[in-house]
Structures are given as structure tokens and as C-alpha cells.
Ligand binder design. Sequence first.
Ligand SMILES: *[C@@H]1O[C@H](CO)[C@@H](O)[C@H](O)[C@H]1NC(C)=O
Length: 168
Amino acid sequence: MLVYRDLLTGDELLSDSFPYKEIENGMLWEVEGKWVVKGPIAVDIAANPSAEGSDEDEIVDDKAVKVIDIVDTFRLQEQPSFDKRQFAAYMKQYANNLTPKLEQEKQEAFKQHMEGATNYLQSKLDDLKIFAGESMHENGSLVFAYCKEGATDPTFLYLAYGLKEIEC
Ligand SMILES: *[C@@H]1O[C@H](CO)[C@@H](O)[C@H](O)[C@H]1NC(C)=O
């Protein structure tokens, strides 16, 4: 299994259980998230086959939580949205922190395509939900999510160069 950690903070952000697609010259990874129901709902029903009707159902329902699989699996922390200026400032600082950590060859590709990737994200800024990794480190890589037109499940966008692949 492959796990992808934030190169700057070590937070686990993704794994190969979630296939990705490279976009924007490999700068961004697009990953499909899914709303899933989490909770002991099925277990409770099975454990109490003779429990009385509607009361029990209500209690069971309360325990079922709808979560987004990626957010739940990697304990991503939703952040307040950014305006254009805040987003530009974040990307600039992120690039400054990340670039020295990349190998020479990657540094050049990163610099070359950073603007394109930033513009791509910027164009969706109003629709983006923003998530930090579990540690919520101020300089960590953010993960973005939005719903494509007509979709109910969110699509995630990862800053690919900031991910470190680890085999485990
Ligand atoms: C975040 O990055 C900035 C700029 O590189 C640096 O000054 C600051 O100390 C960093 N913060 C942490 C908590 O490492």
C-alpha cells in the first residue's frame, strides 16, 4: 500500500486506495471523494432484532453520521474559506517553503507550472472547500474540494509536489 504524506508536515493526506488523475501538468491530483454513512447503524439493528419499533429506529439513526470518505480517513480539518488575496498569499508562502525541499529537477517543473495550477484553483475559489492535514500546521499543504457540476460527491484537488510517497 502506498501512503502520501505532506512533505512539509508528515501528515497523511492520501493513499492509493483513492485513485488520482494528474491535471495541470502534474501539479494537481484530482481525486474523487464520496459521501458515506458511518456509524453502528447496521450493527445495532442486527444486535437488536426484537427491539421495539420506532423509538429504536430513531436512536439508531442518530448514530449514523454522513461523512466524506477522504476527509474521514485522513482526518482532514476543514478551514475557513479564502478570498483571492489570502489564497495568493498562501500559495506564495507554500511555494517558498516547499521549493527548497524538492530535488533540482522537480524544483524547475514546480516553478514552471505553479502559476497555471494557482490559476486553476483560483478560478474555482468561490466553490472550494479548504482542508488542512490533521496537525493543522500553518505551513502544511492544503487540500481543496469542490463539487463538479451536477455532482453530489466532492472532487478533491491535491498539490502533488507537496506529497511524499511512502510504501507501507
Ligand atoms: C511557516 O513558514 C514561514 C515562512 O517560511 C516561517 O517564517 C514560519 O516560521 C513557519 N511556521 C512554522 C510554525 O514553522
